[in-house]
Write a protein that binds this ligand. Structure first.
Ligand code: SF4
Length: 371
């Protein structure tokens, strides 16, 4: 049974209403549970749980330190191309934005970006592209990976969904992790936000993480794009998704990200804004039911909020990010996907982590150890 079949069993169920009806007593029951489950999560995401945020935060902190220690994995995104055939209404790379300078790095330029990131201390890199397989070809990626592999101990991809066979080839070429955000689990809304292009296929995207698990990625990352739909409902479904992946692809480490939509090119305003307090409740609630899942935080959030979120469940962070191709070593002129709110250098972020008693980990895994 694929996750698309699992999520179909929720059709006709009003998850938002169920969350809305949860009472203080339900929240107290969830917090008293030794290992809260998905039904408890409905209570922990409810408006009633807002009054228990401090208690949730303390428990989330204790659980994270217990399972992960006081360490923070560090990574940086490397945008290879901002060419895209999709028209996601919230994205700066939307194919309809004809005024955006489109750039695809040559493999040599990508290698120079990699060298700049390595000089900053990074050993884990996440490669990103739009959906343009006619430009980001198999041959192109192979060349890029050949040049980047010697520089990094971990290479992840956040690209267009691919087949199991194609993922196996990429693993053979040195990629070890896959990130793919569902954006929203609400199928009707998904269709409205993705009006054209291959990304409009909800099921193809929904089943991508399991194709990644089947291919054998060491790590598979998922997440909703917060702001597109009710965060409480999205929180429930991303936990359901993570639970499904943990059960069926236990060889892969599962991670959840919390990208929050603030503003985007084209003036798109998030239809379901998520406040800072909401984000804290979401992260703490998910930590209590997913104690072994890694949580990733990007530089979309402000320095102040990121610093506050460090102890609440986050296990991996990006720092010093540029979201345009060529942003680290080249003046490419290519547009950025979104505005970075935390513009501190990786060194400055690492210093904050150390002051708070956390060890920034630049090299958390080495392919050589697995071979
Ligand atoms: S979100 Fe991804 S697929 Fe959609 S327009 Fe942006 S780059 Fe393309």
């Amino acid at each position: 049974m694929s996750f698309a079949d699992v999520i179909r069993t929720y059709r006709g169920k009003d998850v938002a209403a169920e969350i809305g009806h949860r009472s203080r007593a339900d929240v107290e029951r969830a917090l008293a549970a030794p290992a809260p489950g998905l039904d408890d999560l409905l209570s922990l995401l409810s408006p009633a749980a807002g009054a228990f945020l401090e208690e949730m935060a303390q428990r989330a902190h204790r659980l994270t330190v217990q399972r992960f220690g006081r360490v923070m994995g560090m990574f940086a995104p490397l945008y290879l191309s901002n060419v895209c055939t999709n028209r996601c209404v919230y994205c700066g790379f939307n194919a309809a934005y004809t005024s955006l300078a489109r750039v695809t790095l040559t493999p040599e330029k990508a290698a120079r970006e990699g060298a700049a990131l390595r000089a900053l201390g990074f050993r884990s890199v996440l490669l990103l592209t739009g959906e343009a397989p006619h430009i980001v070809t198999d041959r192109y990626l192979k060349q890029v990976l050949e040049l980047l592999r010697p520089r990094f101990t971990s290479i992840g991809i956040e690209m267009f969904p691919m087949t199991v066979q194609r993922y196996r080839e990429l693993i053979g070429q040195g990629v070890d992790s896959l990130t793919v955000f569902q954006e929203t689990y609400d199928e009707a809304r998904y269709g409205r936000f993705h009006p054209a292009g291959r990304k409009g296929d909800y099921r193809w995207r929904l089943e991508t993480p399991e194709r990644g698990g089947a291919a054998g990625f060491r790590r598979v990352g998922i997440g909703p794009l917060l702001g597109l739909s009710d965060w409480r409902v999205e929180g429930f479904f991303v936990a359901l998704h993570a639970s499904y992946l943990l059960k069926n692809y236990w060889q892969s480490q599962i991670t959840v990200s919390f990208p929050r939509l603030c503003s985007a090119a084209g003036g798109f305003a998030p239809p379901a804004p998520v406040g800072d307090r909401d984000l804290v409740q979401l992260i703490c609630g998910l930590r209590l039911v997913l104690p072994d899942v890694g949580f990733t935080l990007s530089t979309r959030e402000s320095p102040l909020l990121r610093d506050h979120l460090i102890p609440l469940g986050i296990t991996v962070m990006s720092a010093g990010s540029r979201t345009e191709p060529g942003g680290y070593a080249h003046a490419s002129g290519g547009g950025a996907q979104f505005t970075v709110a935390d513009g501190r250098s990786p060194g400055a972020v690492a210093e904050v982590l150390r002051r708070r008693g956390y060890e920034p980990v630049w090299k958390e895994w080495d392919a050589a150890l697995a071979s």
